[in-house]
Design a binder for this molecule. Sequence first.
Ligand code: CUA
Length: 262
Amino acid sequence: MAMDTSGDTTRVDKTERRILLGAALCVAASLALIGYATWGLGINVPACVPTSKLFDQPSVVKHEGKNYEIHYVARMWDFQPPLVRVPTGSTLDLYAVTKDVTHGLLIAGTNVNLMLVPGAVANTRVHFSRPGTYTILCHEYCGVAHQNMAARIEVTDEVSDIFAAGLAAPGSPGKKVLDDKGCLACHSVDGSAGLAPTLKGIWGTTVELSDGTKRTVDAEFVGQLLHDPSKYVIKGYPPVMPDLRLSDQEIQQIEDYLKGLK
Ligand code: CUA
């Protein structure tokens, strides 16, 4: 005896078709509502945070009174802006993103303690009722110069408005390359010590490499070093310089900047 299953099959098909139709209607209805909210009611539909340009760059925003917004950008191995000065009694809305790996952001002496995870914006509010220098530290191990990763907030009666250092990277294109590539986390340009030699006055000097050879810091040597940093470790410093894959033009800009950095 053959079973007649044609009736069942049709019923399943019908149910399936109804579910599909229902799902399509739901999608169409929500798209129509989003469209109506945007064009009909003029409501701004928020963009997805990772595609929003608002937090891409370090910046400060002034609001009424002593209320400010600071947008921090963290990367290996610094925070930007590195120094912010605000009047005593300020309330700061802090927003922070990371450009690379996960970093931490804590402000010593306050209860601010954020995790900066790639693709997300961390945010908190902090009020400074007393003057002082507050240190921002990275508390998540993020690589060889993790312990150097710090910034400062100065709270003082001596200013009437917010000031942030180093927001518009001024100066030469070479300085901008060094800044953009994160070189300045290890190399200072003012003679102070770091994880790598200071760049101040380095042009034209002789340096000793870890294998004992001596090289003059000129266009030839800087070009070779920047193309393959692992081969040229300066004696007395850890071999931590990454290959930044700089273009010839960027290397030229860096050289021009170093020549003038007396
Ligand atoms: Cu950033 Cu540790």
